[in-house]
Design a protein around this ligand. Structure first.
Ligand code: NAG
Ligand code: NAG
Ligand code: NAG
Ligand code: NAG
Length: 451
């Protein structure tokens, strides 16, 4: 991939302050929201994601793919997508108590701290090794998730390995999916040292094996889940992609046979100018302003890609009958006081509390909407599954919990000194609150096997 450095000043004319001030004005925010997503917010999200694509979706975060800055988003109606015929039921994961939604709750202090350190987990990547890279506040690891009305036990690697022994689990997605895999790897390595079995030349596809439990852990890289190719101009990448909703990304899909568990996620690569295709025909674009090409909106693109992925899984011929598919919902970023390239950062040292929680739910309506559409698509896929054997579709609904954790990102402590001045408020420190995703995962799998 062609790489070059970014020129931070190249986008300095963008109205960041305006964005920020507007986004903070709740009244304006909710008012404009009623008529669709505020363009200001799309803007902000676009810039936020720019950060991610520049810095961290590369497996080598020290390089930047060449990208243009996202052009000003015009306010346009999102195209109506076909409404789902049945109202989605709220999807709940129970632990014992049928009334308990594991994913709704709050963070409470837990002085037991993290279950691993950079010493006891040797696979923490430099970019997420916050303590090693200078972070000195440690309180951010001293919290656990407390669902309303029940408990979410902390991850127990022995219990997990017992459940997945002899099985294969794969993560499919972008670098945030990878972040979860890396966290799970650390949690499990406290019980058994994994063997590094396979990695491709770009380290996009990786396989680990836990010999004594014969558990195989894999990650398959896919930015959009559907087939995509980058638009090229004069032989260099533009940072915009063509997405084909009717074609799956075979690189992951062809690897489904033999899997017992697959954890699918996607979102962050949709925050950029992309072109949308169906049956080889251009049907619209996102973050675009082009004559004769309708702006369909990020939500539409994300929705259609998840729909395609789930449709593929529902109809997968070679897949194991009992394969469990989990959709991991949107993982929010937490830039404050600017965007990634205008000094925005995330230097908080504790979670948002409950009072702030209500405010966050207002402020982060857009993020919550992405979560909702992901859950709606899961529900739609369940309804549309006409196969003899119903696929097992579950949700890892982490969005609300993670909205409360602005303190969990590498921020400035992400170990790339020449990028000093830029913050990573997208990915999560290891150890850190992302480890709770595996608390959720274990609870869901336990329920699956009736433990
Ligand atoms: C530490 O963990 C144990 C067992 O999970 C729990 O009972 C205890 O309350 C925790 N301690 C603190 C200080 O949170
Ligand atoms: C290990 O698990 C794989 C499936 O993941 C299975 O095919 C294989 O037979 C198992 N090996 C042993 C020694 O049990
Ligand atoms: C592509 O290259 C040609 C010839 O060098 C140049 O005139 C044109 O401006 C380039 N197009 C873009 C979009 O950079
Ligand atoms: C956190 O960042 C803000 C600007 O984003 C700055 O004003 C504040 O001083 C920082 N706080 C700490 C403790 O560094």
């Amino acid at each position: 991939m062609k790489t070059n450095t970014i020129n931070p000043s190249s986008s300095s004319s963008l109205p960041y302050d305006k964005i920020h001030n507007n986004a903070r004005n709740h009244k304006n925010f909710t008012k404009s929201y009623k008529n669709g997503v505020p363009p200001i917010l799309l803007w902000f999200l676009g810039l936020t994601s720019c950060f991610s694509l520049f810095l961290l979706y590369s497996t080598n975060p020290f390089h930047f793919s060449s990208q243009q800055h996202i052009q000003q988003q015009q306010q346009k109606e999102e195209r109506q997508f076909p409404p789902i015929t049945t109202r989605p039921h709220p999807i709940k994961q129970q632990s014992g108590d049928d009334k308990c939604d594991l994913f709704k709750g709050k963070w409470v202090p837990d002085l037991n701290g993290s279950q691993y350190t950079a010493n006891s987990c040797t696979t923490i990547p430099e970019s997420k090794n916050c303590f090693k890279n200078g972070r000195i506040d440690i309180d951010f690891v001293n919290w656990r998730w407390k669902p309303e009305g029940c408990e979410l036990p902390r991850f127990d690697p022995h219990t997990f390995l017992k459940i997945v022994g002899g099985k294969k689990l794969a993560f499919v997605g972008d670098s945030v999916a990878r972040n979860h895999m890396e966290s799970l790897l650390c949690l499990l390595s406290q019980a058994e040292v994994p063997m590094d079995v396979h990695k491709d030349s770009e380290d996009r596809f990786r396989t680990w094996h836990f010999p004594s439990s014969n558990f195989t852990l894999m990650i398959f890289w896919s930015k959009f889940l559907v087939k995509s190719e980058e638009r090229m101009v004069n032989n260099s990448g533009t940072g915009s992609f063509n997405l084909h909703f009717d074609k799956i990304d075979e690189k992951w899909a062809s690897k489904l046979p033999g899997l017992d568990y697959v954890i699918v996620s996607t979102a962050h690569w949709f925050f950029r100018k992309n072109y949308l295709y169906e049956q080889g025909k251009l049907i619209g674009c996102v973050y675009c302003d082009e004559p004769n090409t309708p702006e369909l909106g990020l939500n539409y693109a994300l929705r259609m890609s998840i729909r395609s992925a789930l449709k593929y899984i529902n109809n997968c011929k070679g897949c194991k009958k009992n394969m469990v598919t989990l959709i991991r919902t949107f993982s929010p970023a937490h830039f404050e006081n600017g965007a990634w390239d205008t000094g925005g950062g995330c230097n908080r040292t504790s979670p948002h509390g409950e009072e702030k929680g209500k405010e966050i739910e207002m402020e982060k309506r857009f993020e919550l909407e992405l979560r909702e559409l992901q859950i709606e698509e899961l529900e739609r896929a369940r309804i549309e599954d006409k196969g003899e054997e119903k696929r097992k579709l579950r949700v890892l609904d982490i969005t609300r919990a993670m909205l409360m954790r602005p303190d969990g990102h590498p921020g400035e402590f992400w170990g790339n000194k020449w990028m000093k001045g830029y913050n990573d408020c997208v990915h999560w420190c290891l150890p850190g609150p992302v480890d709770a995703w595996s608390d959720f995962l274990l609870a869901v799998l336990q329920k699956e096997v009736g433990l």
